[in-house]
Design a protein around this ligand. Structure first.
Ligand code: CO
Length: 172
């Protein structure tokens, strides 16, 4: 089921999400709904707080090669992520379903290694040094109440806020 996406500057995006302790049907429904919502908006990642649920859960589905196909079975479901390695630097253009239409180059760690749990509570480790590493860092930031535009320089941030206010006025 498609849920509503929380749009910036909604205060819920500033919440620190809580650790998931029950890996039950409620969590599974949330993850399934997050997938439907992300696909509906043509996103590659979504954190639970973006549908208004403050749980440390996120999903990522990066289309393979040049295709647009995002099969459900290829969706990475990351619960309670913890970075155990984070190093290097890469810059990549990022966007966010909570700030639709805005794309900015953001600097992040190049390589990450993350411990997390799947929807059944089973522990896994994942490692990447490409776009998946960017996506994991972007989505994990959401769990900590952060959005990607907070990483912009003061000047670019001001430019964004002005542009965003203008856009919001136009859509009212
Ligand atoms: Co986002």
């Amino acid at each position: 089921m498609i849920r509503d996406i929380v749009i910036y500057p909604d205060k819920r995006l500033k919440l620190i999400s809580k650790e998931v302790v029950e890996f039950d049907s409620e969590l599974h429904t949330l993850l399934d709904d997050m997938y439907d919502t992300m696909i509906n908006k043509k996103g590659v990642g979504l954190a639970a707080i973006q549908v208004g649920v403050d749980k440390r859960a996120l999903i990522i589905n990066i289309p393979e090669d040049d295709s647009d196909i995002q099969l459900k079975e290829n969706t990475l479901e990351i619960i309670n992520p913890v970075f155990i390695e984070k190093d290097g630097v890469q810059k990549h253009q990022e966007g966010c379903l909570s700030i639709p239409g805005i794309y900015e180059d953001i600097e992040r760690a190049k390589h990450v290694k993350v411990e997390y749990q799947d929807r059944f509570g089973v522990k896994h480790t994942i490692e990447d040094d490409d776009f998946l590493a960017v996506a994991i860092q972007h989505e994990t930031d959401h769990l900590n109440g952060k959005v990607f535009i907070e990483k912009l320089s003061i000047l670019k941030r001001k430019k964004f806020e002005k542009e965003w206010k203008k856009r919001q006025k136009n859509t009212l």
